[in-house]
Write a protein of this length. Structure first.
Length: 831
């Protein structure tokens, strides 16, 4: 008896398309909150939608202790133990009853709890549908808070990573509320919006404190934040695929049988065609539409001609041929045609294809339809979906239920019908960037698709040997995209997914190489919609508090000690201003002017200068009218008693800066130079920096008119990136200021420190762990130091960053303090 044939590895080829690719949802660490002081109006009012979660009482108590009036609306079927200023229980999920329970004319904060564990499919869909109605009925009172912050914040309790770790005890489906929050941010951009996911096990006091931090965060562009004992994180698209699981995932084979929802029509049918052409697996298609033989009277007729024939037949039957009646028959005929054509096309590949007429939102009907096949089923492709596009303010309960019912309840019914019988090895869900990014007019669709994303992560944990993938498709260049839509997408730089490309990408998801993919974005990384363009408004006047606990405890500071004391690097101080500005504006800082160190921070309480500073308080105000994208920042160190003193200041701009001419002369000089090892500079008293900051590798040219150095240093993320900017690294940029200290030691034989930067222009990032050049030029000597220009450039002469007017001050007291690095334990900050 011969052994069964072994199938060759599945190989899928398809045409590539510009701007269309595959990226992956990834968890990224976040720094501590920069907290806006007095973010809300006096005597603020919060409305909390209580779902019975044990998180609600500590959140309510924390808000009230912080001076809020808190009103609680209790969802149907649950009780509350929250002690609020007003409590109103709901008996039904009806929109009118909800609207009558929202009595405040003005709201500063709406807290939508979606944290109660144990929600089954229909229950989770019902609660998610209600969240859309909550966003609808609270818009007016939130908008009434004109001139002050108004916030809509959802709270979940999944895994401390917004459901992307897959652990926890809460219903993964409730993570779909994130789609609502992201869509609300697009439709009502004046609101502060966020979904905060608390890890199970956080104590009440921590939950309350961290929630208050989040609602006061200066960053308004973070839609998802996860909180656990280790810190904060968010979800971002990443080009790097997820880490491989220990268990290998099998490829699809000819012996597999896939249940496919929505697979007989539209894009899903095109995707299945690409799959079975590569590997003719069995398909069991589920759909609501019946397939009937084409009547002779309509054969060959299309479009207007077919509608004319339909109208004649209706009239001949004695009824009135209304446009609605004609359209209904037209859709029935053309739908049946499309399904039959797709079935024929799929079967022509050699695949076994069956079509079952069933409404997947009917659990009993699904169980009955799948019962004869369940034992043979090895996978599910969930492609069914309906749209009911309207703004949140115009949504109706029936529309929302229809959208969520198909995507969430329908999938649940299929999986429940197969549970215990099928050996599921392939689960692939059609999700959408409408959920991943949010999309104007599609709040319910966004909710449903975000629920699928979280469910995929949870199922991946439960089925480690199975392929579980949620594919967030971009807009397809299919039949529903009109020429007007194509022009609109093109104007926004949104690439459409060609059918052949998207179908090939779908088939490729069933290969061994893609077996570890969980949440995938397939298409461009440009959201389908964005808040209305309103120019680049000036930053508001704000007071913002930044904690110093994170940076004072960071190991990097052990490598920036002077005389045994840990000193905050000037580039980290600059980074604090850059990072905060980028959080406020949501745009990268490209230029800094008039950066000054008034009095630096020594991160060592043993210095004996008095009370410790616990934070930096930044006063932020718009720049002059002639520079609409500039803001002025003054940072003061504040101790626990509230005493403050100015420490740093600068003007920062997010204008696009023109690229300077290349410095080919410096690149040529570097190539012609005789390199001298720069390592002795860190031992002979020239520089005081420890190993993590020792990046000057060679001296290339050493003249008073030009000091040219070779540099290379890996980047770090002190305080989880709280001191980084889009183009600024406090670690690598420190090498630029070190170069000025090298010039002073070589030509004036003094120890020195930087105090001012006249201007810094950021044209590109400094390279991490790759060699680049640093030039010190235009040196003007004074009695107590120098002023110079420092240029960072790559080895071809492309200018990366330029620091002009760098003031370096000599200090005889520094002699003897350079050249040794004393490592200390965790330090506090004294000023």
């Amino acid at each position: 008896m011969s052994a069964p044939a072994v199938e060759a590895p599945l190989v899928v080829t398809y045409p590539q398309a510009a701007g269309v690719g595959r990226t992956f949802a990834a968890v990224r660490e976040l720094p501590a909150v920069c907290r806006v002081v007095r973010a809300y109006a006096e005597q603020p009012v919060a409305l909390v939608l209580d779902d019975g979660s044990t998180l609600t009482p500590p959140l309510v108590a924390g808000l009230r202790a912080d001076g809020w009036r808190v009103e609680v609306v209790v969802l149907p079927g649950v009780t509350t133990s929250a002690e609020a200023d007003a409590v109103r229980p709901l008996r039904t999920w009806d929109e009118q009853e909800l609207a009558s329970a929202v009595t405040a004319e003005r709201l500063d904060l709406v807290v939508q709890m979606a944290a109660e564990a144990g929600q089954e499919w229909a229950g989770a869909a019902r609660r998610l549908a209600h969240t859309v109605l909550v966003a609808k009925v609270t818009q007016a009172p939130l908008k009434a808070t004109a001139g002050d912050r108004a916030a809509f914040v959802a709270v979940t309790r999944l895994d401390g990573a917004n459901g992307y770790r897959g652990g926890g005890t809460g219903s993964a489906l409730l993570g779909g509320v994130s789609g609502l929050v992201k869509t609300l941010a697009i439709e009502v951009p004046a609101l502060f919006t966020r979904t905060v996911d608390f890890a199970p096990g956080l104590d009440d006091r921590t939950v309350a404190a961290r929630f208050l931090d989040e609602i006061h965060d200066v960053s308004s562009d973070l839609s998802d934040v996860g909180v656990d004992p280790e810190g904060r994180r968010t979800i971002v698209p990443s080009a790097e695929p997820p880490a491989a699981h220990v268990t290998a995932v099998p490829e699809i084979g000819a012996g597999d049988l896939l249940v496919v929802t929505g697979g007989a029509r539209g894009i899903t049918a095109d995707c299945l065609q690409a799959l079975v052409q590569a590997r003719p697996a069995g398909l069991l298609l589920l759909g609501r539409s019946r397939v009937t033989p084409e009547p002779t009277w309509s054969a060959g007729a299309e479009g207007a001609a077919l509608k004319g024939l339909i109208a004649k037949r209706i009239t001949a039957s004695g009824e009135k041929a209304t446009p609605r009646g004609v359209e209904a028959v037209y859709r029935e005929v053309t739908g049946s045609r499309e399904i039959q054509a797709n079935l024929d096309r799929l079967r022509a590949t050699g695949a076994t294809v069956e079509y079952l007429v069933v409404d997947i939102t009917d659990a009993a009907a699904v169980r009955m339809a799948l019962a004869p096949y369940a034992a043979r089923v090895t996978g599910v492709v969930h492609g069914a979906g309906v749209l009911a596009d309207r703004l949140i303010a115009d949504k109706t309960g029936d529309e929302i239920d229809r959208v969520l019912g198909t995507k969430i309840v329908g999938l649940g019914n299929v999986l429940d019908a197969l549970r215990g019988s099928a050996d599921l090895r392939h689960l692939v869900f059609f999700s959408s960037v409408a959920g991943f990014f949010g999309n104007r007019g599609q709040s319910d669709y966004a909710v449903a698709n975000e629920a699928l994303n979280r469910l995929a992560v949870r199922l991946r944990q439960e089925l480690p040997s199975a392929r579980v993938t949620s594919v967030n498709w971009g807009a397809w260049d299919g039949g529903m995209v009109t020429d007007d839509l194509r022009r609109m997408f093109a104007s926004r730089g949104v690439a459409l997914v060609p059918v052949a490309t998207g179908a090939g990408m779908f088939a490729e998801q069933f290969t061994a190489a893609r077996g570890q993919d969980t949440v995938v974005v397939a298409g461009p990384l440009t959201p389908l919609s964005a808040p209305p363009a309103d120019g680049s408004p000036a930053a508001p006047t704000l007071l913002v508090d930044r904690t110093l606990a994170d940076i004072s405890a960071d190991p990097l500071l052990a490598d920036h000690t002077i005389g045994g004391k840990r000193v905050l690097p000037a580039t980290a101080a600059l980074g604090a201003l850059v990072n905060t500005t980028e959080r406020v504006t949501g745009r990268p800082v490209t230029e800094v002017s008039a950066f000054k160190v008034f009095k630096g921070l020594v991160l060592d309480a043993a210095q004996g200068e008095g009370a410790d500073a616990s934070r930096l308080r930044l006063f932020i105000e718009p720049g002059p009218a002639t520079r609409p994208n500039a803001i002025e920042v003054l940072a003061s160190a504040v101790d626990d008693a509230g005493r403050s003193r100015p420490s740093y200041g600068a003007s920062l701009s997010t204008d696009v800066t023109p690229a300077p001419a290349d410095r080919a002369d410096l690149a040529r000089a570097a190539r012609a130079a005789n390199r001298t090892d720069a390592a002795p500079l860190y031992r002979d008293g020239t520089l005081f920096h420890g190993p993590a900051l020792r990046g000057i590798r060679s001296v290339l040219v050493a003249e008073e008119g030009l000091l040219l150095l070779g540099a290379r240093l890996g980047d770090g993320l002190p305080a989880r990136g709280a001191y980084h900017g889009r183009f600024h690294s406090p670690v690598i940029a420190d090498l630029l200021l070190q170069s000025a200290l090298v010039w002073v030691r070589r030509f004036r034989n003094r120890a020195s420190l930087p105090l001012e930067i006249g201007s810094a222009r950021f044209h590109a990032e400094l390279p991490a762990d790759r060699e680049f050049l640093i030039a010190v030029e235009n040196v003007v000597s004074g009695p107590s130091g120098i002023t110079c220009t420092i240029t960072a450039l790559d080895q071809e002469g492309r200018v990366l960053q330029v620091l002009d007017g760098v003031v370096v001050v000599e200090d005889a007291q520094l002699e003897g303090k350079f050249g040794t690095v004393e490592r200390t334990g965790t330090a506090t900050v004294s000023v």
